[in-house]
Ligand binder design. Sequence first.
Ligand SMILES: CC(C)(COP(=O)(O)OP(=O)(O)OC[C@H]1O[C@@H](n2cnc3c(N)ncnc32)[C@H](O)[C@@H]1OP(=O)(O)O)[C@@H](O)C(=O)NCCC(=O)NCCS
Length: 166
Amino acid sequence: MRSDVTLRPLDRALLMALLRTAVEDADPAEVMPPVPGPGGWTPGRRAAFVRFHESRSLAAEPVESTFAVVVGERVVGAARLCPLGTAAGAVEAGVWIGRSHRGRGVGGAVVRGLLERARGSGFDTLFLRTTPDNTAVRALAAGIGVELVQEGDAATAWVDLTAEAR
Ligand SMILES: CC(C)(COP(=O)(O)OP(=O)(O)OC[C@H]1O[C@@H](n2cnc3c(N)ncnc32)[C@H](O)[C@@H]1OP(=O)(O)O)[C@@H](O)C(=O)NCCC(=O)NCCS
């Protein structure tokens, strides 16, 4: 288990570092909702990435908590916890890691960090959702002892945070 991975609550400076990491080391589709127009990291898409995080987690009334994933002093990705309005006590987790840092245990450390933070914030259930073909997320879920199941066009898991510490 990696001990050099930390989750830092997003602020303006971290958001700019996160944008650089996203542009250099990830595809837009992996890190933000779709934006119409030509593909790639166009100026419009970079601005939309910043607006997305400003509106979701840096707003006066944030809808989710976003964290920069930091390895050593380097921002390598992002993670989030978004309370689910539809299920009391439940929070949805999300994560992306820059391509050049994948497959080295960073995602696994992030999931454990999110579990701890969700539990510490009083949530009793963590919700995971991905596309059915996302084998990396399937492996991340298996790492904390849960199995994704097909739910409509997604693969999901509800993790009981009140059970024995995972
Ligand atoms: C999903 C993601 C966050 C995983 O991060 P990571 O740092 O590569 O994860 P880890 O290195 O901790 O690997 C976790 C497990 O996934 C497996 N894995 C990693 N990449 C994989 C791949 N491309 N295919 C299959 N398995 C993979 C690892 O072998 C490991 O399994 P193990 O615990 O059995 O050894 C990363 O691949 C990513 O950012 N993908 C793009 C965005 C995305 O899909 N986010 C999730 C949206 S819900």
